[in-house]
Design a protein. Structure first.
Length: 132
């Protein structure tokens, strides 16, 4: 039996801290959600003044990135190119801002960010991924 890497709380906090630093540097108020390899919430942070709806959106972006093993922007781009059937994918939130967290190519979790323009959410999520 293989032992696969797992995301630990310290890892989730490090990813979120890097994402938060990017958001704060830009003056963006966002929600940052980190889920584990099962899609379960490990860490959530909502900056002051962030709309409350972004709490759920950030979590769903993270779960989508995990379930589909790709950035949520890939699904958004597919829809924008005319593949409207992607809108019917169960459990998919096809809005940029969700990225899988990979260790040695194995998905250990994901980050989702919501609160500003989706392209800005994606930049913040990418800063978090870089910290892993």
């Amino acid at each position: 039996m293989r032992t696969l890497p797992q995301l630990e709380l310290a890892d989730a906090r490090r990813v979120a801290a890097a994402a938060r630093a990017r958001a704060e540097a830009e003056g963006w108020a966002v929600v940052i959600a980190i889920v584990d390899e099962g899609g379960h919430l490990m860490f959530l942070e909502r900056a002051d003044a962030t709309q409350k709806g972004s709490v759920r959106v950030a979590q769903e972006k993270a779960r989508t990135a995990l379930l589909f093993k790709r950035p949520t922007k890939a699904l958004e781009d597919a829809i924008a190119s005319g593949k409207l059937q992607m809108l019917d994918l169960p459990g998919a939130t096809p809005i940029e801002g969700g990225l899988p967290l990979l260790v040695d190519g194995h998905p250990v979790g994901a980050i989702g960010v919501s609160g500003v323009l989706s392209s800005q959410d994606g930049q913040i999520a990418a800063a978090g991924v870089a910290a892993l």
